[in-house]
Write a protein that binds this ligand. Sequence first.
Ligand SMILES: NC(=O)c1ccc[n+]([C@@H]2O[C@H](COP(=O)([O-])OP(=O)(O)OC[C@H]3O[C@@H](n4cnc5c(N)ncnc54)[C@H](O)[C@@H]3O)[C@@H](O)[C@H]2O)c1
Length: 512
Amino acid sequence: MSAPSVSAALPLSARIAVVGAGAMGTGIAQVAAAAGHAVSLLDNRPDAAAHAVAAIRAQFARLADKGQLSADAAQAAASRLQAVTELAELADADLVIEAIVENLDAKQALYAALEALVGPDCLFATNTSSISVTAIAARLQRPERLAGLHFFNPAPLMALVEIVSGLATDPAVANTLFATAAAWGKTPVHAKSTPGFIVNRVARPYYAEALRLLQEGAADIATLDALLREAGGFRMGPFELMDLIGHDVNFAVTQSVWRAFYHDPRFTPSLIQQERVDAGFYGKKTGRGFYDYRDGAVRPLPHSEAAQPQPGTIVLYGSSPASQALAQRLGERGVAFAQAQASDARVADVDGATLFVSDGRSATQRAHDSGIANTVLLDLALDYRQASRLGVTVAEGCSDSAAQAAIGLLQAAGLAVSRLRDVPGLAVMRTVAMLANEAADAVNQSVCSATAVDAAMRLGVNYPLGPLAWAEQIGVGQVCAVLSHLAASYGEDRYRLSPLLQHHALTGKALS
Ligand SMILES: NC(=O)c1ccc[n+]([C@@H]2O[C@H](COP(=O)([O-])OP(=O)(O)OC[C@H]3O[C@@H](n4cnc5c(N)ncnc54)[C@H](O)[C@@H]3O)[C@@H](O)[C@H]2O)c1
């Protein structure tokens, strides 16, 4: 997407109307009032807007009590808010932000009614998560005045706002909303109106790969969650996160993105999640999801390998992040090792075992291809120096003593070791490769810029690194190898490589 030109934010004298006083509308009204605008809040449920205004005022008072806002500022922000009961009371609005029910007909009907009331320069913004902004604008006489202004929940706390342009959106409108969101203390990113916009599209593999790994018996949920947290650096593992979001909501988003992309296999929903929805096991809110939240339920622990003896001889190879981190961690613990160069990508040799970082092949496939029977593969870590746990897979023909030596090496370096079934790409590596692939495709298809996708995933879903910056850190060529090997293993279009990643692997040009 070409760089948008700079526009000024709406002035503080601009009157903001928020329609829909639910979770999102209330948060958005709070943000706009705190920024200095007069805000009118409307809901079609009797008293809902008045309750929301009271709740926001109480929130301003709490912020003042905590010293995060001066008493005067809290008072002034509170006085800028008003609840209204009739659409006609929004006639003088300069910007209407809609956060009503997620239904195309309802949103179109609201804007049709509004267009008859407001002035010609009034801007329309929709907070929709999943409906086409182009379709919402389609019935307007002036569709160019409408864009998506997609806040994340809770709106006062989450920095990201996706500014979504539909086919008819005037770039000047998108730019004004961009500048306005920035003036409100948010980090806006531009996106084109495509299914899932940026975050809800690019995040799909975080859930999808975990569900696939579970379906294939790679490991149990607690172990997979622990690997994504402790090695991957994600704030929450995929299963605990899906339980928090609610499987009803998470599954609906997956289905909506999948349908909107005409059943692209990249987004195929999981039967495992479908079953949770069918059972009413929606997650934390219903007491059961992947985990059991009922009174007395015991939280399962991740699986860690039993302690193995420290290997007799350790040779570390090359200068990969894994090899350097092992050297540092062993050195800090007073464990002796030698260092050497190898003609292949091996990280270490220990008592007969050869360790490599995953390139997307299973350990058994890699042992077959290389002739090294005692092959042990390491999963990806965000930072091998900081990780507290690492996943491994072991080739079918690897001896028990070699596997134990490999595990003993990682334990001697202070890592808990989770051994997965010998699935291609392990857990963190294939998840991050698929996130980077989706991010690259979003950029390749002009949905957003590389900077925007990385910022969106860090700020919208708290990823420790943007997926493209992460691909750079791993090596774009390595990510391409992982995806190509996954595609070869599964024979599925789901793992097809983004042309943008291929291009950057060939040219060596920076992605992010
Ligand atoms: N909840 C989230 O995490 C989240 C995040 C980003 C975007 N969104 C989007 O924001 C919008 C609102 O979501 P929410 O979670 O706040 O929903 P919600 O159910 O909490 O609130 C919606 C509110 O809109 C009111 N409403 C419905 N139809 C109306 C109409 N025609 N006129 C006036 N008021 C009407 C309802 O009474 C309700 O108070 C949806 O489009 C949703 O997809 C939600």
